[in-house]
Design a protein around this ligand. Sequence first.
Ligand code: F6R
Length: 607
Amino acid sequence: MCGIVGITANESVSSNIISALKKLEYRGYDSAGIAINTESQIHQKKVKGKLDNLILSLQKDGFDGKVGIGHTRWATHGEPSERNAHPHSSRKVSLVHNGIIENASELKSRIELKNYNFESDTDSEVITALITHYLNEGHDHMESVKQTISLLEGSYALAIIFSDLKDKIIGARNGSPLVAGTDGNSNSLGSDSIALSAIANKVCYLEDGDIVVLSRENVEIYNSSGDKANREFVDIGIMDTEVSKGSYNHFMEKEIHEHPKAVGETFRQFIDHDQGIISVDDIGLNFNDISKVHLIACGTAYYSCLVAKYYFEQYARLPVECDMASEFRYRDPVLDNKALYIFVSQSGETADTKAALDFCKDAKVRTLSIVNVMNSSIARESDYCLYTKAGAEIGVASTKAFTAQLSVLLSMALHCGTKNNNVTIEQNRQICKEIMQAPQILEKTIKRSYELKETAKAIIDSKGVMYLGRGTAFPLALEGALKFKEISYIHAEGYPAGEMKHGPLALIEKDLPVVCIVPPGPLFPKTVSNIQEVIARGGRILMITDDDSLKSSSENIWKIFRLPKTPKSIEAIVYSVPIHMLAYYTAVQLGNDVDQPRNLAKSVTVE
Ligand code: F6R
């Protein structure tokens, strides 16, 4: 993961490097560092912990200059510490790295590095060592970088400065994202365009194999064959600049409140107002020609795929397979030319999802991505792309991107069903009306969710929480448990309610909180029976439902969180709100760092 930045300008750059790192902190926050090429030499500062520690340290003992690089780290090789923080520097060169060098130990033991004094446990420092070696041998800067990266196995985005180059940065990318930016006064590099929004008005998304040379006046890009590449610079998107918490305490709180907008904007792309139906027509894909859907993603995005399995089966009557990207890519899966391979990712940069996409591209099967970040690698590399319109999601725990993903997947399933005659125009029209109510129902649900503050207070001392559901409520149970554990640090497990008696019922003991997601419908009485089995063993039930037939007292239910009446078609979207809110309130009660939970980072660009 890690965030990297580099700026060369006609003015001092350190405060802009820090501002850019602030926007990249979601990618990692266990240590941070900066290196500036002053007139005489490269000065650097590295600290353990969050960026604020670096800012404090620079206030005491700062330096500045017109070219520099910065880094915010998520540890892969080597514990989070000052020693392992980037930049990694020698007397001649200093660099920041995002990615993993898989052959680092082999490279470190090469004969030419036998006298190099390694100061960290990182894989990244070997890059500094190799570049220094080639410079010492008399190669020029570009050639030293080229020779070095030809030896690297793994992934990297690099920003490199040299003590004897007063205005230049060399960058390189392979498998990890890197964006070049410009605004006429400065040129810059960053892990994403959000980082560059204050210092660039145009950005260029670099491709794997690219090497870029930035000076104050120019940005020169070379492709993997060493030829000058004419890559397009595009205007920086509005989404890239909207990264403030506003009046909310946390980004996650703000982002939960943005569920209605994210869902409304996402569906809006697919509403055909003339016919009053949902339609995904204009991406050039022949939806009639799809015999199977294969959904691939990681984490929360994977849970959106599990919900979508129900959508595609119900509306389009298509067979569906779902895979976690990290498993799919190593399984030697049997691919099908008639299938559509769908990759779902908020960031569009998740390494496992991207590698699974590359695997499918190599096999020449049809690929479509559902992505939130415009122009991200997965968006650019898939054959077709549909965007979620969730806006920038900064909290590490994904919330509004999830409901936006469900909105695209539901629209696609309905569209496929309409094309293959499993859904009539009339049915599509009816569901479209229900979909148009979604933002309003979500707003009402958010207003009611404040009740969950009290519930959260009552469960903070629990040693674990279970989440149960059937149908689409089962993947929601998985999503609820994931969100809960990642920010509360309390163990949580999601399970299909009907499977409890095959093992997990053994976990139920007095007062264990069990969150049951129970929308009305044919599965309702079945889940209520499973709930009684839990109550009989002492479990405390929090029931989430929009059914109004049940009274908690008569059923011995601890608490009921009642949602506004919700149409079946948008149930999974609306029920996401209380499960996200419960996790949020619990983490707040516990005093945890909600937006930057321990050990995690957003945009997982390493395997
Ligand atoms: C959980 C969470 C992660 C991400 C996962 C995939 O709250 O945010 O599980 O969903 O890392 O990330 P993207 O969607 O960027 O591919």
